[in-house]
Design a protein around this ligand. Structure first.
Ligand code: PEP
Ligand code: MN
Length: 338
């Protein structure tokens, strides 16, 4: 159930309601919105509990949450969640934010060179994995510890926020000071131990949709992070498995309006993994903006033919610059900025 706090109720009154919720054996999740404060209450709902809470001072009303995703849904929080980074970049606001970089950090030169042109072209967040769950154990798994210094250098030199994938909670401590957003990869969307860990902190989490997960599964996975107390979650549509063979995955473009309608969390689209082909990326990126995406995740490599991972879907520096020059017109047409 969710408690809608009476507009204008002071802090002590709201705290009183939160304490009562706890006393009754429930877990309260206060969400302080611009217009309303609501308290999501997790636990077995009874009529009696609803009535007790509704009678408390400062409570406007108590409503049941009918959807399975209680904290990610618009029912508890009608206004969009803004996910904010240290440099002021925000996901979920007016601007469409581009995350870009190579699939993997391969070497110091490769990553720093890519970072420089990516920033120059207008991307706000730099990506690159050090740890990766690959479908085959024989494929390149990342530089691991060896790449940590490269991330530090890129971050310091360019001042760009960094997103990298975390696969194992044991890696979080060493990555924590270097990373601005945790990426949860498609293969880990239902790794509940990991979701629980990133949910304990305050660092933004970009959650990729499992390749065979429904939209509801994605929202329920996000719920695992939110329930830990971390509200800074970005949802990412990266294509799903279908019978189609022309594309690596099938971009489920309808996931964007569905997620935007039912959830307050920002939505990013990854046209690179969705398509698997560099030439398809610009069309899908533009479609994503038209559909209402709050951001894009695009892979680019200084020399895609030599990329250790995901070369065929990586844009060349020129193709990336061209795309970045084209996108603002699409953002404007969709009522957004870039
Ligand atoms: C990636 O972002 O490079 C990646 C491999 O993503 P996914 O987990 O969506 O496959
Ligand atoms: Mn990749």
């Amino acid at each position: 159930m969710v408690i809608i706090v009476r507009p204008g109720a002071d802090k002590d009154t709201t705290e009183g309601v939160i304490s009562k919720v706890r006393e009754m054996g429930f877990t309260p999740h206060p969400i302080y919105g611009v217009i309303n404060t609501v308290i999501a209450v997790i636990g077995e709902r009874t009529q009696e509990a609803m009535e007790t809470l509704e009678a408390m001072p400062g409570v406007d009303r108590v409503v049941p949450i009918l959807r399975p995703y209680k904290l990610a849904g618009r029912e508890v929080k009608p206004e969009p969640t803004l996910v904010s980074l240290r440099d002021g970049t925000q996901f979920g606001g007016q601007a469409v934010v581009v995350i870009a970089g190579p699939c993997a950090v391969e070497s110091r030169e490769q990553f720093l060179e890519t970072a420089a042109y990516v920033k120059d072209a207008g991307a706000r967040v730099l990506r690159g994995f050090l740890y990766k769950a690959r479908t085959s154990p024989h494929d390149f798994q990342g530089l691991h510890e060896e790449g940590l210094e490269i991330l530090v250098e890129a971050r310091e030199r360019l001042g760009m926020p960094i997103i990298t994938e975390v696969m194992d909670p044991r890696d979080m401590e060493k990555l924590d000071p270097l990373v601005d957003i945790w990426q949860i990869g498609t293969r880990n969307m239902q790794n509940y131990t990991l979701l629980g860990e990133v949910g304990q902190g305050e660092k933004p989490v970009l959650m990729k949709r499992g390749m065979s997960a429904t939209i509801d599964d994605l929202l329920k996975a996000a719920e695992y992070v939110l329930v830990g107390g971390n509200q800074q979650v970005i949802l990412c549509e990266r294509g799903i498995r279908t019978f189609e063979t022309q594309t690596r995955n099938t971009l489920d473009i309808s996931a964007v309006p569905v997620l935007k309608r039912f959830s307050h969390l920002p939505v990013v689209v990854d046209p690179s993994h969705a398509s698997g082909h560099d030439w398809m990326v610009p069309a899908l990126a533009k479609a994503a903006i038209a559909a209402g995406a709050d951001g894009l995740l695009v892979e680019t490599h200084r020399n895609p033919a030599e990329a250790k991972v995901d070369g065929p879907q990586s844009l060349t520096p020129d193709a990336f610059r061209e795309l970045m020059a084209e996108l603002p017109a699409f953002a404007t047409a969709a009522g957004r900025s870039m």
